[in-house]
Design a protein. Structure first.
Length: 194
């Protein structure tokens, strides 16, 4: 069992290291786009399924509440939390529309859609990303090897792994990095004494 633990940790660290070394410029671009979106009075709409739904909620909470520094709340909504809405759309239309209908209702041009899918092929995530782009929103994808999300999103940060747990571990670290960078861009004075 000790070897299993060591193997999981080694694999996780290797996947993270490879992802961040390969994607630094794209991560910086994503953080800049998030900061511009929020600074201009627009919002983030974040969505995904399963563990990615939990990541969506985590990300929105970090922006609305705070990440590390004390600062004003930032506008972010997880489209995964309203069970009445999700079940109504799923029942009356289809599960594929649970996020796209919310994007249409809540999104505005220059908002940002952030779709999270470990496979990159979740139909409801893809549909919402396509809807967001039609509406003039920037679409950021977080995925595994990419799938269809890699070409559907304006910018997709793809983890080069087929193991869902390793992809999700990178995604949560990436979300924390994006939150940290966004705070540093928007509130540099809070870091000047650090």
């Amino acid at each position: 069992m000790k070897k299993i633990v060591e193997g999981i940790v080694e694999e996780s660290l290797a996947v993270k290291k490879a992802f961040f070394e390969k994607n630094t410029d794209s991560i910086l671009e994503a953080a800049d786009r998030i900061a511009v979106c929020l600074a201009s009075g627009h919002k983030l709409l974040v969505f995904g399924n399963g563990g990615s739904a939990a990541d969506s909620q985590h990300m929105a909470a970090e922006f609305v509440n705070r990440f590390v520094i004390e600062r004003a709340p930032l506008a972010a909504i997880a489209l995964t939390v309203d069970t009445s809405l999700l079940t109504a759309v799923g029942n009356d239309y289809s599960f594929e529309e649970i996020f796209s209908k919310q994007v249409r209702a809540l999104g505005r041009p220059h908002d940002m859609a952030i779709g999270i899918s470990t496979s990159g092929n979740s139909p409801n995530v893809l549909r919402a990303v396509e809807e967001a782009k039609k509406m003039g929103m920037f679409a950021l994808g977080l995925s595994g090897r990419g799938g269809k999300l890699a070409s559907a999103a304006d910018l997709c940060l793809c983890v080069d792994s087929d193991a869902t747990p390793r992809i999700q571990e990178v995604h949560i670290t990436l979300i924390h990095v994006l939150c940290d960078l966004t705070d540093r861009i928007l509130f540099p004075e809070a870091f000047s004494n650090a």
